[in-house]
Design a protein around this ligand. Structure first.
Ligand code: PLP
Length: 390
């Protein structure tokens, strides 16, 4: 008899964002002003799309045809990543692995580790860190790290952990962890032989001077940290699917009497589990590093930043208490009149405005909602006037 992975029953019945979609549909509104989504709304760079088209054209001809690529990605893209995203940090292409999205990287990296690790996950959190550990049977081993206003929404290393997920700039809060706090985490991991999984999906939005882009800017972080980045929020690849993770050569884990390089184990893992990212998409990702691609991608990011600012100022002028929105396109907003996150979400939905209830990201998100700048200016203006009416 086939037996199910019983840990699946420990998941909430719906993934947070699917649940919101269902509630929007059930509201019956024909017109919705959606300030909730974490997905792109601006068309992609034409230069990047042309690169994808040209790479697809190559498949028509015998001399440019491509068959299976490496599961961990083409060298041309890895070399460009090392040169452009990690200048002066002495990484090599062998330490970079291309995947079909950071969601894949996050959900699978955890399979390299035994079930009995203590896993630190921030609360509130991007749900994939939590859910993938639940699926992996670690429900009892998750330690929640509260992100509280009194700590500037930064996680504090104050208890034993084997693996910790840090998201900076943060989804859902929209702030970046300061260099000082990140150094504390690196020191903690060095002392405790722990591993940091550093998710920098929103790195392109960083503006704060005390925020750093790569964890490897901190001394010795290469011994303890895996860094993940994605072309999704940087270059709009949410449907095209391309991301990468860096596992430095110096990152080793002790097993019995030997030390094992984690990147060798990941390479072995993906060569079985991952078919790689398609050649045209990797060529498109490569084009984001060309001068014209960079220019067009930056223009789009700047538009999202402007939208986030517009939304931030609008909410402020309506006397909302807000956080974030500077280093990521997300604004963390306190509900009014002590309403619960869900009650505030429902109230806005009645008025055709969508946000994401903070409690959906974890219990410390109760009393907050997340607004997103991944939208259009007219949607923001219309949503703000709807909120004003309430
Ligand atoms: C913090 C964070 N990490 C990773 C992802 C997933 O990115 P990808 O599209 O590369 O799978 C998201 C998507 O919303 C995210 O918010």
């Amino acid at each position: 008899m086939a037996k199910l992975n019983h840990s699946l029953f420990d998941l909430k019945s719906n993934y947070l964002f699917s649940e919101i979609e269902n509630l929007i549909k059930a509201s019956g509104h024909k017109e919705i002003f959606n300030l909730g989504i974490g997905d792109i709304t601006i068309p992609l760079s034409p230069y990047v799309i042309d690169a994808i088209k040209n790479a697809s054209e190559e498949m028509k001809y015998e001399n440019t045809l491509q068959g299976y690529g490496s599961s961990s990605g083409y060298d041309f893209l890895k070399e460009a990543i090392v040169k452009n995203d990690f200048e002066n940090l002495n990484l090599t292409k062998e330490e970079v692995f291309i995947t079909c999205g950071s969601k894949y990287s996050i959900a699978n990296i955890i399979d390299l580790f035994s079930k009995d690790n203590l896993i630190g996950i921030c609360d509130p959190t991007y749900p994939v860190y939590f859910d993938s550990n639940i699926i992996g049977g670690r429900k009892e081993n998750i330690v929640l790290l509260p992100l509280l206003e009194e700590n500037n929404f930064e996680p504090i290393p104050n208890q034993k952990l084997d693996i910790v997920f840090l998201c900076s700039p943060n989804n859902p809060i929209g702030t970046a962890i300061s260099k000082k706090t990140l150094k504390k985490w690196v020191d903690f991991a060095l002392e405790n032989n722990s591993i940091i999984i550093f998710d920098a999906a929103y790195v392109a939005y960083i503006q704060s001077e005390d925020a750093i882009k790569s964890i490897y800017e901190i001394k010795n972080a290469k011994k303890v940290a895996i860094e993940m980045r994605s072309f999704s929020k940087t270059a709009g690849f949410t449907s095209l699917r391309c991301a990468y993770l860096v596992i430095p050569n110096r990152l080793t884990v002790k097993y019995e009497n030997d030390n094992y390089q984690l990147n060798k184990l990941w390479n072995r893992f993906v060569s079985t589990k991952h078919g790689g990212v398609s050649y045209p998409i990797q060529k498109g990702a490569l084009a984001t590093f060309d001068p014209q691609g960079k220019k067009e991608v930056l223009e789009i990011i700047n538009q999202y930043k402007e939208n986030t600012n517009l939304l931030k100022n609008g909410l402020k002028s309506l006397n909302f208490e807000i956080f974030g929105g500077g280093d990521a396109p997300y604004i963390w907003c306190k509900t009014k009149n002590s309403l619960s996150s869900k009650a505030f979400f429902n109230l806005l939905l009645e008025h055709k405005v969508v946000c994401i209830p903070g409690s959906g990201f974890g219990s410390c998100g109760e009393g907050y909602v997340r607004f997103s700048g991944f939208t259009k200016k007219e949607t923001i203006n219309k949503a703000l006037s709807q909120i004003e009416k309430i």
